[in-house]
Write a protein that binds this ligand. Structure first.
Ligand code: BLA
Length: 291
């Protein structure tokens, strides 16, 4: 499929308009050199947008328009620290033949270990996932580390790039984003400082993970160079990684520790597993024996 006429702009537009209908967005400043970028080879443009709103600490979008052969969306929204509702996460990497899709309301707390968190935010949403289960099937094995950041309604899929699939993805994105907005609207403020501190650490851990190990980093570095990619990752995409806490990546993920004190460059230590969806229709984790 020729991707020239294809864009993720309308996804971003929808999300911002839908948010604006329910609350008040205000722009967050973006570092000048990250506002609008062209790739080193001149073939791709990168667009960034950044906002906040009551209850929403950061809502931001990076879209990469790479002409007929590549389109990328990295869209995320993070709650204010006084709230524990999930992080909205849409990551689509699209080439003329293949779409790699992660769409989820990423849990702030492990949805398998913390049952009350799962009950609170996901029980009612299981039908949402069911609606798209056939059109966006499980995308084969995934690293066990990534899986810990996913919820029982995650859409992890690899599908062909076709106009029909683009429409399916758009419909799914809209439904998931609306579900996230409802979680946001219903969420109540933490009743004590301790909860806020826990929420803050949970977001910091998530940011530390993604700022170090997101699968998009190597490509981002190729497109705009090592230094700008680093700034984009730490000051824009995963902003907060240097300010929400003082723990390091290795404090959170000591299994990546190398003998010389550096971080193991491998993305996964445990390896890939879960050839099929490890949650049942009720959202119960059934993947303890990784297959
Ligand atoms: C691939 N992106 C992937 C994969 C996942 C994600 C799971 C499949 C590879 C794997 O199994 O690791 C996304 N992983 C996530 C997300 C979380 C996670 C969202 O753990 C959250 C916790 N993707 C982008 C951007 C680019 C991008 C901005 O978001 C490029 C600039 C590219 N993603 C990209 C590419 C691949 C990919 C090129 C395939 C390459 C590979 O598998 O190494």
């Amino acid at each position: 499929m020729d991707l020239s006429a294809f864009s993720y702009q309308k996804f971003v537009q929808f999300a911002l308009e839908e948010t604006q209908r329910r609350t008040t967005l205000s722009p967050r400043p973006i570092q000048e050199n990250l506002k609008c970028l062209r790739s080193k080879d001149g073939n791709a443009t990168l667009h960034t947008l950044s906002f906040k709103a009551p209850k929403i600490r950061h809502i931001r979008s990076l879209s990469i328009e790479g002409g007929p052969s590549m389109q990328v969306l990295d869209f995320a929204a993070f709650p204010e620290l006084k709230f524990d509702f999930p992080i909205f996460c849409a990551n689509f990497f699209t080439t003329s033949t293949l779409n790699i899709i992660v769409l989820d309301l990423n849990p702030l707390y492990d949805a398998t270990l913390q049952r009350d968190y799962k009950e609170k935010y996901y029980r009612n949403l299981m039908p949402l996932y069911q609606k798209y289960a056939e059109l966006l099937p499980w995308g084969d094995k995934i690293t066990s580390e990534s899986l810990k950041f996913f919820s029982p309604i995650v859409i992890w899929s690899k599908i062909n790039s076709t106009p029909q699939n683009y429409e399916v993805l758009y419909a799914t994105f809209k439904d998931y984003f609306k579900a996230w907005l409802v979680s946001m609207e219903l969420a109540v403020e933490a009743v004590n400082e301790m909860q806020t501190v826990c929420n803050c650490e949970a977001q910091h851990k998530y940011l530390a993970w993604r700022a170090e190990k997101d699968p998009g980093h190597p490509l981002l570095k190729r497109l705009i160079g090592e230094n700008l990619a680093r700034e984009m990752i730490r000051h824009f995409l995963f902003e907060g990684v240097d300010s929400l806490g003082t723990k390091t990546f290795l404090d959170y993920f000591p299994e990546y520790h190398c003998e010389d004190g550096s971080i193991n460059q491998k993305r996964s230590i445990i390896g890939k597993a879960y050839k099929t969806r490890p949650w049942d229709a009720g959202g119960e984790f059934i993947g303890s024996k990784a297959s």
